[in-house]
Design a protein around this ligand. Structure first.
Ligand SMILES: *Cc1c(COP(=O)(O)O)cnc(C)c1O
Length: 426
């Protein structure tokens, strides 16, 4: 059977398909590079599972307090080894990425301490955690002060401003690896390492936390390889491999992770409580699959950038640029184009493919937002999804795809919907 036949059945025209194949023909080297990273990361995960002698008996459910939960404790040692960190906290009781970051911050900061972001404003939801936007129970309410050094005009670190912002009160420095939904660049682990070295050069005892969301397994290094005291993220993004239905992680120094565990459960209890409720098979298997799942998502992002750049749209990062996370922004220039793009992504989904995404109001946003997602796990953004605020430059943020083949179909159908409405010329 010819490949196109199946795409025709899925609603892709010959023109769009051919355009995609032409773009793909130029991406062979990029894909090879992505596969090589996945190969190294897969070996890291396997070696950590073998070293820690993971056995079938470690998948058993525990209930109640969860004392002596060997499967849970062993999974945490597997995470710690992959991140080359002394310790890790990996729990279904951590409800999402924001929660993991809030635990790490509030475990480390005491009244009178200062937290510094040297990379501009942090991710939206963290602004309420810190109290940049007032919120009940924010760190600001507990007397923790916030300082920020903005990036330079070209998206680099403003070292003089960072030097001025570090004081004797600076307890923790928070660095966000992925741009999230901002327009700044994402940072490579190497760049993060340089920033950490600079900050620790100024103040050797300062703690560094890296918001690692969307960055795991994109590189062969993680922030804990370059001096971060904590790397923090969500299991319904990269490291859950699409199988984890909930959860978050914190990898880092023994002291930091202990404090996080005391904050998450209770002082004195720490890591020793927290039943796994039968979730461990998904956590182990998801982590095992994560390197190749991330590779599929990265291929989808590179393909989207290649296709849309060839059609005249600005893409961030560009098709040729190095990837530091799995997010691909495409500036589409109009609300109609954003809607068509998202409808195509939705139509490609395994779940809820029949739904029609429309712009709507969202708490915390001053413009309407459109979202396309047909996911097995609600809100999972390692699964193929696209979203963006309806305002100039009318950019959609495209991410995920549990398989490269699914991401490819999503990208093709997004272009198909736009072509059908005369919103792009092939
Ligand atoms: C997704 C994300 C978060 C928050 O994670 P949630 O799971 O949505 O709470 C924080 N920081 C960055 C950079 C993210 O991408």
């Amino acid at each position: 059977m010819e490949l196109y036949t199946i795409y025709q059945q899925l609603g892709v025209s010959r023109e769009v398909f051919d355009r995609g194949e032409a773009v793909l023909a130029r991406l062979a080297d990029r894909f090879l590079e992505i596969d090589r990273t996945a190969e190294i990361n897969q070996a890291k995960v396997l070696s950590a599972m073998q070293k820690n002698r993971v056995g079938a008996n470690h998948f058993a459910a525990t209930t109640g307090y969860g004392y002596d939960d060997d499967g849970r404790d062993r999974l945490e040692r597997v995470y710690a080894d992959v991140f080359h960190a002394p310790a890790a906290l990996v729990r279904p009781q951590i409800t999402c990425g924001t929660h993991a970051l809030a635990v790490a911050l509030s475990a480390s900061l005491l009244p009178g301490d200062e937290v510094l972001s040297p990379v501009g404003a942090p991710y939206d939801t963290l602004q309420e955690v810190i109290g940049i936007r007032p919120s009940p129970c924010s760190l600001a309410e507990y007397g923790v002060r916030y300082r920020q050094a903005d990036l330079t005009a070209d998206g680099g670190f403003d070292y003089p401003a960072i030097r001025d912002a570090i004081s004797s009160r600076t307890k923790l420095i928070t660095i966000q690896r992925s741009k999230g939904y901002a327009t700044r660049p994402s940072f490579s682990v190497e760049q993060i390492g340089e920033l950490i070295a600079f900050c620790k050069g100024m103040k050797p005892d300062v703690l560094v936390m890296v918001d690692n969301c969307y960055g795991e397994f994109v590189d062969v290094l993680e922030p804990t390889d370059v001096g971060a005291d904590m790397a923090v993220g969500s299991l319904i993004k990269n490291p859950g491999g699409g199988l984890a239905p909930i959860g978050g992680y914190i990898c880092g120094s023994r002291e930091c992770v202990d404090r996080c565990a005391y904050r998450l459960s209770a002082p004195g209890l720490g890591q020793e409580v927290g039943a796994n409720l039968g979730i461990l098979p998904a956590f182990y298997q998801g982590f095992f699959l994560a390197p190749t799942v991330v590779a599929g998502a990265l291929k989808g992002a590179v393909f989207a950038a290649g296709l849309y750049e060839s059609l005249g749209f600005r893409c961030v990062p560009g098709a040729e640029e190095k990837r530091c996370d799995i997010i691909q922004a495409v500036e589409l220039g109009s609300e109609a184009a954003m809607c068509a793009f998202c409808e195509g992504i939705q139509a490609a989904a395994p779940v809820d493919s029949f739904a029609a995404p429309i712009p709507g109001d969202m708490p915390g946003y001053d413009s309407q937002v459109i979202m396309a997602a047909g996911a097995f796990v609600q809100g999972s953004s390692i699964e193929l999804s696209a979203d963006g605020p309806i305002r100039p430059p009318y950019a959609v943020y495209f991410q995920g795809g549990l398989t490269w083949q699914h991401a490819k179909l999503g990208v093709l159908l997004s272009a198909q919907r736009m072509a059908d409405r005369g919103l792009l010329r092939l």
